[in-house]
Design a protein around this ligand. Structure first.
Ligand code: SF4
Length: 244
């Protein structure tokens, strides 16, 4: 029974990916970063939007031209540069602490050695730093090290629960591993970005726009709320899985 349920979930995941790709295409990651740039950028992104994250990152790099300078600067300088990203006191101190820890351990600030580790080893290495959780680690692994990890942010967690890709009571920490098992590793980046877009534009936290959602007829939430689905980007009804 467990295998059948897993097959149904995998089929549903495949259908979700196919539909979102039809509607949103295959988006690219924001910009290519070194692993350390990606790590700092992702820490800056916590609890803020993409625009403010990028402004904070650029200001930091403009005022303090390399990560050694950020590490050794007065914390007030760092906090001031990243203020627009919010939680600046906390983020500034954490970024400096991480840079100091990396230097103490590695003798420099080059994280390219992570490429030589397995995904699990690299993930464990990143998770030791305060302020680095599963999502941040997975973003660094996936988008700067090209390793198979699936980052789950608040939008992906919400959408995956509503659609029925995960048990409703599954914790976000467990959802990372669970969703990794459902999608093809080759598709992680596109699925990640498209699920976030769906969450931002259609599957809003308070009022999801189900009747205009490309997943409407395969979504547990829409089914439970007896939504009349208006839009299906596919000509054929979805096959290969059942909602139950
Ligand atoms: S049908 Fe509604 S609840 Fe389901 S994914 Fe779409 S917007 Fe979200």
């Amino acid at each position: 029974m467990a295998d059948v349920a897993q097959q149904n979930l995998s089929a549903l995941a495949g259908e979700v990916h196919k539909r979102l790709k039809l509607v949103f295409g295959e988006p690219a990651w924001r910009r290519a970063h070194t692993p350390l740039d990606e790590l700092i950028s992702t820490i800056l992104s916590q609890n803020t939007n993409d625009r403010n994250r990028d402004i904070a990152f650029d200001r930091l790099r403009k005022r303090l031209p390399n990560w050694e300078a950020v590490r050794d600067a007065d914390v007030g300088q760092v906090v001031d540069a990243i203020r627009i990203a919010g939680l600046a006191n906390q983020k500034g101190a954490r970024i400096q602490e991480i840079l100091r820890q990396i230097t103490a351990e590695r003798g420099n600030l080059d994280l390219s050695f992570l490429c030589t580790l397995s995904t699990d080893e690299a993930r464990s290495w990143l998770l030791r730093f305060k302020g680095v959780g599963l999502k941040t680690a997975a973003i660094v692994l996936l988008f700067s090290l090209d390793k198979p990890a699936f980052p789950v942010d608040t939008h992906i967690y919400r959408v995956s629960g509503r659609v029925g890709l995960r048990p409703a009571d599954m914790r976000v920490e467990e959802a990372h591993h669970h969703l990794e098992g459902l999608f093809n590793p080759h598709d992680y980046g596109v699925v990640h970005l498209n699920l976030i877009r769906l969450g931002r534009e259609i599957c809003h936290a308070r009022k999801p726009d189900c009747d205009h959602c490309p997943l409407c007829d395969i979504c547990n939430f829409a089914h439970a709320n007896m939504v009349e689905c208006n839009q299906n980007p596919l000509e054929e009804p979805a096959k290969g899985f059942s909602r139950g």
